[in-house]
Design a protein around this ligand. Structure first.
Ligand code: MN
Length: 220
């Protein structure tokens, strides 16, 4: 399995399809992971298939080039991407990165609480878990149309909430993602129809705070 470079593969769910019930039912999760996420992986590979010189690049390098015109080291990289695949790499590469992190940031909805250094940072930067949750909810609800809401940390460990449209990513040179919520309708429509707020409210009980803490304390 190789989720970091070409040919990209679908990262398996770290839990069963029914593990996130009642927040996400098995059909919703199965379609999202097996169909939507897989399509991004396949289309990214298709975009790269004619460019051997790009096939040695990591996903982060490709995204930095396609989205910000740089390499992860901050070097200019825009000229490394042919124009006919740049948008496809931006959109599908973002879809691959975002979905892999999204599915890996959840677990069965039992007993999750923020803890450790990340809990301290949430209280330090937002006042309380409840205040942070309200701001995260606002980001997820106010993203017009399709997109994502993120919890990020900067180099100093300070937390930031961001939203991005479509499959856009934040600048990964500046920010380390802690987790994110998918607010594309395909993430919840089968189960929740138009009720994004019910899906968002439920998602908080799925957050894998252990993995979030590991990402928060990791030195990049
Ligand atoms: Mn999605």
């Amino acid at each position: 399995m190789n989720t970091e470079a070409y040919p990209f593969t679908v990262k398996p769910l770290p839990y069963e399809y029914d593990a996130l019930i009642p927040v996400l039912d098995a059909q919703t999760l199965c379609y999202h992971h097996d169909k939507h996420y897989r399509t991004y992986v396949e289309n990214l590979n298709k975009a790269l298939s004619g460019y051997p010189e790009l096939q040695t690049r990591t996903l982060k390098e490709l995204l930095a080039m396609a989205s910000f015109g740089t390499m992860p080291a901050g070097e200019p990289g825009a000229d490394l991407l042919p124009e006919d695949v740049r948008i496809s790499i931006h959109n599908n590469g973002g879809g691959v990165y975002n979905h892999a992190l999204y599915f890996d940031s959840m677990r069965c909805p039992v007993g999750q609480r923020p803890w450790g250094k990340l809990q301290e940072a949430i209280i330090g930067d937002y006042g309380s878990y409840a205040d942070w949750k309200a701001m995260m909810t606002e980001a997820a609800m106010s993203q017009f149309g399709s997109g994502w809401a993120w919890l990020l940390k900067d180099k100093s460990g300070k937390l930031t909430i961001r939203k991005t449209p479509n499959q856009d990513i934040p600048d990964l040179e500046t920010y380390t993602p802690i987790f994110l919520i998918d607010v594309w309708e395909h993430a919840y429509y089968l189960q929740y129809k138009n009720r994004r707020i019910d899906y968002v409210n439920g998602w908080f009980s799925l957050i894998d705070w252990k993995k979030a803490e590991e990402r928060y304390i990791a030195q990049e």
